[in-house]
Design a protein around this ligand. Structure first.
Ligand code: ACO
Length: 357
């Protein structure tokens, strides 16, 4: 009851999560048909078709121009903002953007994390931010702004695959938060900021950093079983496993594992790291099956997200911000859908407190 597990709170034509069969459909296409096959701009064309009504090449150019506009906001990136976490800094910079319900604002919001996250990473490390190149694609430019170099095709494909894979996922906590705020007609920026707050929690989009902490603590493949057993015995959860909806493997985990393998084939991945992760996954699944034989706990999207984003050069405190860059497409699409079709979201609570005299 308290997790609203079986409550249907919206009709949507954006995505369908089939938890029993491990299938994700976004705008009528399966994840298998999208991940690694379309760019993030093409995915945004699908998700935001009602809002933007422009073909992908126009969206690509408009997002490029919006990244240049977002870069100008970095003039406000002072020491106070740099003292925040990367997610905190992203939230503060996003809060400076216009807050209305126009397509122009939606594009600016969608472009902003691609600029702000790399800039925050670099500035927090004492380096200068790198200006966007409007002619680049979203993923390519995000990587270029992170590293200062033109990314390889393999790296760009891997980030595109990631952004597409996480772009929308039914009524997850952050998307629900976006829809609630959009339903008040507060504006797209307010909806996205609420979503970002929800995303940052470790039970949602804050898990991939802790996945790497777990791999570091495990150390070697041979130590995986012993370390994970001790974690479970201590009553702690294994990060990157379990899901509210999926009762089988999260299809996004497979899409990202395939992207990792492709990156590995192109020489962009540390083979030892992948071997350690695969050992941890194997042991964790076996232990979780023993611990909860009646509650399937499988690998979720965050497990391979951690490895992929690490291989692409993002530090672990930036992972939630990169997740936001992908999920912002879904947030904006849901906000638009809520505004177009929905009413003010205002559920009821049941009073269980003391009776008044
Ligand atoms: N490790 C160990 N035990 C677990 C795990 C886990 N990762 N996940 C669930 N369980 C156990 C719970 O302790 C609980 O046991 P209990 O009944 O003895 O108390 C049982 O399985 C059911 O757990 P719930 O909390 O009911 O599962 P819920 O659907 O609420 O949680 C969640 C889903 C939050 C993802 C959970 O599996 C979890 O905490 N996973 C680890 C964090 C994580 O990977 N988060 C990323 C999620 S993906 C995303 O949001 C993008």
């Amino acid at each position: 009851m308290s997790g609203l597990d079986d409550v249907i709170a919206a009709d949507t034509s954006l995505s369908e999560v089939d938890g029993l069969n491990g299938r994700l459909v976004i705008c009528g296409r399966t994840l298998d048909d999208l991940a690694g096959r379309v760019s993030y701009e093409e995915l945004l064309e699908l998700l935001l078709s009602g809002l933007l009504d422009q073909p992908a090449e126009h969206i690509r150019a408009a997002l490029g121009a919006a990244r240049v506009r977002a870069f100008a906001e970095l003039a406000h990136l002072d020491d106070g903002l740099l003292a925040l976490s990367i997610t905190g800094g992203l939230r503060a910079l996003m809060a400076r953007l216009p807050d209305d319900e126009t397509a122009e604002t939606a594009l600016l919001l969608a472009a902003a994390p691609a600029v702000f996250v790399p800039a925050l990473v670099r500035r927090k490390a004492g380096r200068s931010a790198i200006a966007p190149l409007a002619a680049y694609g979203y993923a390519e430019d995000m990587l270029a702004m992170l590293t200062g170099m033109a990314p390889t095709r393999a790296a760009t494909l891997a980030l595109d695959t990631y952004l597409v894979t996480v772009s929308d996922h039914g009524l997850n906590a952050s998307t629900f938060a976006a829809r609630v705020v959009a339903s008040t007609r507060a504006g797209y920026a307010s909806a996205v900021l609420a979503a970002l707050g929800a995303l940052k929690g470790p039970l949602h989009g804050g898990a991939p950093g802790p996945v790497l902490d777990m791999l570091d603590s495990v150390g070697t493949p041979d130590d995986a079983g012993r370390w994970l057993t001790a974690e479970l015995a201590g009553g702690r959860r294994l990060m990157g496993f379990g899901h509210r909806i999926y009762r089988v493997r999260d299809p996004r985990a497979d899409a990202l594992k395939a992207a990792l393998r492709r990156l590995g084939d192109a020489g962009g991945l540390d083979a030892e790291r992948l071997a350690l992760a695969e050992a941890v996954e194997r042991e964790a699944l076996a232990l979780l099956r023993q611990k909860k034989p009646d509650r399937p706990l499988e690998t979720n999207v965050e497990f391979f997200t951690a490895l992929l984003l690490e291989a692409l050069g993002f530090p672990r405190d930036a992972f939630t911000g990169v997740f936001a860059a992908g999920r912002i497409g879904g947030w904006l699409a849901h906000a638009h859908e809520q505004i177009a079709n929905g009413r003010l979201i205002r559920p009821q609570s049941r009073y269980v407190g003391p009776k008044a005299a």
